[in-house]
Ligand binder design. Structure first.
Ligand code: GLY
Ligand code: MN
Length: 470
């Protein structure tokens, strides 16, 4: 395997200092200081032991921490104020060094990330007054946050409005990627493309989903990266986030693989492709695949600064409705079908989401990141799962991932059957029984003049997919 490398990846992990990392992190905290006057404290989180402390569950530092600290420290906090960064972390104990090897000390870590000052973790207690923070998912750190700040930490809590102010500032910064971020995101995308190519190529030689997953994640692991989310590698593509891998592959199956890498510093990719296990799409699979691909291509062609992401979602809905009318599955005028959410019977999720340090970037902030101030989720069947409803800006990275699924819980639902009885040709639909789920997903950077598809190297066209699989 030819292993890709990036400069940022190699340098951030050497003990030396990487001037571009230090400068990039400095710029981020200076920009934060322009948006928020309070001090900000961000915790990294800490390891959780499985059954004894040294048998650790996989650790992932908090993304807000990573954004300003740059590297995945654990049991650390940073205090950001007036554009300066103070690092709070303890030196490793001799016992930890015995079991896990030597690590840089506090001063060395501080130098690596360009900290203005460094302190032992215990010193943080005296520097928390008036600080804003963001709640961590891990309970132990969350309790520490509340205890040290001496207040509940929550975006919605009355007493914690400064946390909401911080969340809004973080969204402003993190939703438009800088060069430091883009370098990492491109690397995650490139490795993920290779993982998908490996998955397609191995399919003819294996008999289970698990083996394809192994080949795909093997590429990610061989680059010393991790998965940005639990891989979806399934012949049951109608289960949107299927995380089981035990099925045998059958010749007529479609394999849906939604697999993305995460760089060592936490930056994600998110790619989905769907391919025929046999190497050849059936004619019905081709028909539906072309509809989804049309939606994918039309949406990407419309992306540019200023465009409303919800309009992109509705465009995907319209293209899918049009395609399904042409195939005789839906009946009526496509615009009218979208207005009553008939497309959502087959495309029940949003067309995509923000991508960055997390695969659904900043969704720990609820809809503060995804939804423009003053907007909230629709309760419409066809819009409720839309995760992003903002005008696009250059520097944003979004996924475009239309799909078609035959979800039994939707298609057999008595209320839906009744509501959509006149617009679905249920008999015609039975002819497409070999299409359980198709999704095509790419990662698209909004630029000043349009877009750059970071995952464009991975084909989407039927003939190219067939040739890779065969
Ligand atoms: N990659 C999974 C998702 O976007 O939900
Ligand atoms: Mn996605």
């Amino acid at each position: 395997m030819v292993v890709l490398t990036t400069v940022s990846d190699r340098e951030a992990y050497s003990n030396g200092c990487n001037p571009s990392l230090i400068e990039g992190l400095k710029q981020r905290r200076v920009k934060l200081a322009q948006l928020i006057k309070h001090p900000v404290i961000l915790w990294s989180g800490n390891f959780i032991g499985r059954n004894f402390p040294a048998n650790k569950l996989p650790f992932r530092a908090s993304s807000h921490f990573l954004y300003f600290a740059g590297i995945p420290l654990h049991n650390a906090a940073i205090r950001l104020s007036a554009g300066e960064l103070e690092l709070f972390i303890d030196n490793q104990t001799p016992e930890t060094t015995l079991w896990h090897g030597a690590a840089p000390d506090r001063e060395e870590i501080g130098a690596m990330i360009g900290a203005e000052r460094t302190y032992p973790l215990a010193d943080l207690a005296s520097k928390t007054t008036g600080a804003a923070t963001i709640a961590l998912q891990d309970l132990a750190t969350y309790q520490q946050q509340c205890q040290l700040l001496n207040r509940p930490v929550a975006l919605s809590h009355q007493a914690a409005n400064l946390d909401l102010e911080l969340a809004q500032a973080l969204v402003k910064l993190r939703s438009r990627h800088d060069d430091l971020a883009l370098q990492e995101l491109r690397f995650a995308a490139a490795v993920s493309v290779k993982a998908h190519q490996a998955g397609m190529k191995v399919t003819k030689n294996v008999t289970t989903e698990a083996e394809i997953r192994g080949a795909m994640e093997g590429v990610i692991i061989a680059h010393n990266l991790t998965c940005a989310y639990n891989s979806i590698v399934t012949v049951q593509g109608e289960v949107l986030h299927n995380e089981s891998y035990h099925h045998q592959l059958q010749p007529g199956d479609l394999l849906l693989a939604d697999v993305g890498a995460e760089t060592a510093n936490g930056w994600a990719a998110d790619i989905t492709r769907t391919w025929p296990v046999s190497g050849k799409f059936s004619s019905t699979q081709k028909d539906i695949y072309e509809v989804v691909l049309q939606a994918h291509d039309d949406c990407i062609a419309k992306l540019q600064p200023g465009v409303e992401y919800q309009d992109i979602h509705l465009l995907a809905a319209l293209v899918i409705a049009t395609g399904l009318v042409d195939l005789g599955i839906l009946q009526g005028k496509p615009e009218d079908l979208v207005a009553i959410d008939a497309h959502a019977l087959f495309f029940p999720h949003g067309v995509g989401h923000l991508l960055g340090l997390d695969v659904h970037d900043m969704e720990d902030l609820g809809d503060v990141a995804g939804y423009e101030l003053g907007r909230s989720r629709s309760d419409r069947f066809g819009l409720g799962y839309l995760r992003l409803n903002r005008p696009l800006q250059s520097g944003m990275l979004v996924t475009i991932e239309p799909g078609f699924y035959q979800v039994p819980a939707i298609l057999n639902d008595a209320n839906f059957r009744h509501k959509y009885q006149d617009v679905v040709n249920w008999e015609r639909l039975t002819q497409f029984a070999d299409v359980r789920g198709i999704r095509i997903e790419d990662d698209v950077l909004i630029t000043e003049s349009g877009v750059e598809v970071l995952t464009a190297e991975l084909p989407t066209k039927i003939e190219e997919i067939e040739s890779l699989v065969s």
